[in-house]
Design a binder for this molecule. Structure first.
Ligand code: MEV
Length: 321
């Protein structure tokens, strides 16, 4: 039996701009996806648990395709990622059990964490010791295949390496201190692929407008690094507010997201707040003032969000026998 786990993530700065090559900054959070692999002679089975979603008994055919889907779309989507890993590693005769604390379809990196943890657990079970670098690269390839197209390596790199990562020309892990952030989730699921496609379409229609916005987002991502290093949270909050405005400008904000952003900023509870990830739904993050975490959570909850505290800079993928 082998178990592996990998963290979810939040993008701090530069989402969408990163797809067009501008720098982005993200961090691994203390919510994890766990994958257990056991021998199961004659069969390959995938079970998905988590977040009140419970669906067992997926079967996978010899091409690694899921052949029996259950009633939950979220569990079915997770099983699709797992079966893509099964296919890539050409593994059979195993039971794979996935449980995840990471809310799905919220921009918190649930699918990347599942892919990375599955790759680590399955390869270890097969006696192959994949380096973290190879896990990150293979997970990115698999995630892109399942999502059918565009996508930066941000989520899979964070699930594999943990900590903080800057993506620009390549993947650069950064050594930065941990912080507490408040995450607020709207109940609107988002579709990363659709949001990325919409933004890229806007860019091809108005390159002279969208490219400078992406460039400004990239500058913010770089400016944020010394702010986190020195824990200059006031400046960091300002950068979050500017980045949120730019994300609104490219059309990925929603009324629900902005209500949570303004609720968190209201009465000075947060130093800054912005949507995180692809937008169009999903989650926002707020940087609470010292001692204001629970008041920020109350404000987001009163604005009909689901709010919780996350710690940034958490460990990447881990394997246990
Ligand atoms: C999604 O979490 C972040 C985006 O920048 C897409 C990507 O980086 O692949 C919107």
């Amino acid at each position: 039996m082998t178990a592996a786990s990998a963290p979810g993530k939040v993008i701090l700065f530069g989402e969408h701009a990163v797809v067009s090559g501008a720098p982005a900054l993200g961090t691994a959070i203390d919510l994890r996806a766990r994958v257990l692999v056991e021998d199961l002679p004659g069969k390959t089975e995938i079970s998905i648990h988590g977040l009140g979603l419970r669906l067992s008994g997926f079967s996978v055919d010899s091409d690694g395709r899921v052949v029996s889907l259950g009633s939950s779309d979220e569990a079915a989507a997770a099983a699709r990622y797992v079966s893509a890993v099964v296919k890539a590693l050409d593994v059979r005769d195993v039971r794979i059990t996935v449980s995840s604390e990471i809310p799905v379809a919220s921009g918190l990196g649930s699918s990347a964490a599942i892919v990375v943890a599955t790759l680590a657990a399955l390869s270890h079970h097969m006696g192959i010791d994949m380096e973290v670098k190879s896990i990150a690269a293979e997970a990115h390839r698999i995630e892109k295949t399942v999502q059918g197209g565009l996508g930066s390596p941000m989520d899979t790199a964070l699930a594999a390496y943990g900590g903080y990562i800057q993506i620009s020309d390549g993947v650069t892990p950064l050594d930065l201190p941990q912080m507490d952030l408040v995450v607020g989730c709207t109940s609107v699921p988002h579709d990363t692929r659709a949001e990325v496609a919409r933004v890229q379409e806007l860019r091809s229609r108005y390159p002279e407008i969208v490219d400078p916005i992406f460039k400004a987002m990239g500058v913010i991502s770089r400016k944020a690094v010394p702010c986190i290093k020195d824990l200059d949270l006031k400046e960091l909050g300002r950068l979050m507010n500017i980045n949120h405005g730019l994300l609104e400008a490219i059309g990925v904000g929603t009324r629900e997201l902005s209500e949570l952003v303004y609720a968190a900023r209201g009465a000075g509870m947060a130093l800054g707040a912005k949507l995180t990830g692809a937008g169009g739904g999903g989650c926002m993050i707020a940087l609470p003032k010292e001692g204001m975490c629970s008041r920020a959570i109350t404000a987001i909850t009163q604005a009909r969000g689901r709010a919780f505290v996350v710690r940034t800079g958490c460990n990447g993928v881990t394997v246990e026998d």
